[in-house]
Design a binder for this molecule. Sequence first.
Ligand SMILES: [Ca+2]
Ligand SMILES: [Ca+2]
Length: 422
Amino acid sequence: MRNLVRIALVTALLLLLGATVAGSPASAAVNLRYNTFERPARGSAYTLANWAQDGWSAPWDLGMSNRTWIDGYNFNHSGGQSLRVFYPKGKIGPEDSGAQAPFTLSPGREYYQSYWVRFSSDFSWGTTEFAGKVGLGLAGGASCSGGQVCDGYNGFSSRMIWRSGGKAAIYYYDMDHSDTYGDFLDLKRADGSLIYYPRGSWVNLVQRLKVNTVTNGNANRDGEIDIWFNGAASGSIRNLRFVRNADVVDKAYFSSFAGGGTTAFAPANDSWIWYDDLKVSTVRADICELAAGGCHTRSFEAEAYNAMQGVTTKTTPDTGGGKAVSFDTGDWIAMQNVTIPKAARYLVEYRVATTGAGSKLSLDINEGATPLGDRALPSTGGLGQYQTVSLEVNLPAGTHQLGLYAAAGGFDLNWCKITQIA
Ligand SMILES: [Ca+2]
Ligand SMILES: [Ca+2]
């Protein structure tokens, strides 16, 4: 532990809050699950075993081992990595396109889910017909879908799709679906205009689904679906009947593939979708994307420290230029007056360059009295080559002094970023 001579900010309140750091955020539901795709090695397939290692278990999958890839090179919404899913030219359905898996959830009548999605810059919506599935959905029981009649005993499903031109819609199977296939609702802005998925930029989707209640084997018309696009309400469906038995939401149904029942729906060129910051919870407060101002985030230039020991500042060749701070073992910097509005889970990103493997950066608050976590830094290929690495920590609400300490030196730090996960 450090021997500190830093400005005293510590109050009894902060100590008290700090003592809760090792547990879960007070507000987070026990059913909260998220995935930032930061743990697995970049450049590898994100297999079902990898999902399970990150807390997402499914009894089966299609495409995870051969059409997914952990992208640590091109695009991410958080940290340094994301999940990329491949939609090959000419292919439809989850056997040959994209990926699918029904991730098990603790049963709940009402669930929220959120994810960030990015379509490739020349993403193909289809050949002569246009539809496909996007991201996470919610389902329960036997997950009625795929042209089935939903009789109230074979479950339900509700997933996001694209339609012609990338038109965004929710596609759901309830007991009253009117078509051979499920019903859909196009997403709209407050002014009534249709929402289209953009190509080449990240957007956020949130779905809330509440299963109807059942009285004496009869489905009451009180099921609900709500959709938010980039935090704005964009679709609301009421008076839904999903079940007449005890089925509730028990799956986060990852469904990401082209089609459509014929190859007319297949992409005209190889296409990709990136995902990041998946989240599922029974509690709305866990979906910070829906909070006023969105998920809290702060960025710090390392050279803008308020206090330090041992470090030196240099010009950096990293993207954006400016200055970076060089750390030897035992050096530290501190950032004062870092206000965290809500006790929650946060992703901490470091922009670093290292002389080789073996460097380690430690994060703390309360003058080092409350360690938050260590991050072993990879070999980035030398001090001229930067990489973004991250760790997840629980932060208490309050105004903190953030300490960054070189448990093992030999690295330059350009900047640091903190983003609320849930
Ligand atoms: Ca990420
Ligand atoms: Ca900097």
